[in-house]
Design a protein around this ligand. Sequence first.
Ligand code: ADP
Length: 223
Amino acid sequence: MAPTPAHSALTALKGQIPLIGLTGGIGSGKSLAAKCLAELGATVIDSDQIAHDITAPHGAAIAPILDRFGPDLLAADGSLDRPKMRRLVFNDPSALQSLEAITHPLIQAETARQAMAAYQNGALYLVFMVPLLVESGYWPQVIDHLVVVDCPPELQIVRVMQRSNLDRSEIEQIMRKQASREDRLAAADTILLNDGSLDKLIPQIDALHQWITKNRSKPSNSA
Ligand code: ADP
């Protein structure tokens, strides 16, 4: 398949600026790690936020979603009715495929736009925060270095229950749809072990930031 303009734009940045992937299972602490890296000077591009923006009222995905799924899948304010869509795609692979055929190219294009703008504005390095990075056929080719935030599955469940109104079985269902802990760890270049307090995470993030910024001027394949 021919590379998309978004893919070409991102791969053109390779060697110009470090392209770091950041992933982890639900509740592992990705958002927290991304926030800490941003405080140190990283530019974080959040694919969940982009997915949210394109499905907000008048977002770029709304018209094609309306065409494919009809008005039932939209909330009263014109945004995507997320809980309804989640229920629809959970057990219907063809609906999921249709939804992803609409959203993925839009997310990739917006990611590339943000990445290019950050590069042109002198960003130190780019962190792509992508929940399903390991599962995707796209991201592993784009990034130079994969950071996985890891913690025991039980801790993921406890954290998500505290953060949201999902119950244990709903969280376990989501986790079963994600890559296994073993597969994520096997794909990692750097593992941030987030199984304790913030005080345990911060030094790992500091060391990662130091390493990325020190290697910044080298070509990406020499790291
Ligand atoms: P993810 O983005 O991977 O789903 P989050 O970063 O949102 O996970 O973390 C899940 C929840 O757990 C959040 O409420 C976050 O503040 C909390 N959390 C994560 N890591 C820690 C930690 N080391 N200490 C305290 N709370 C944490």
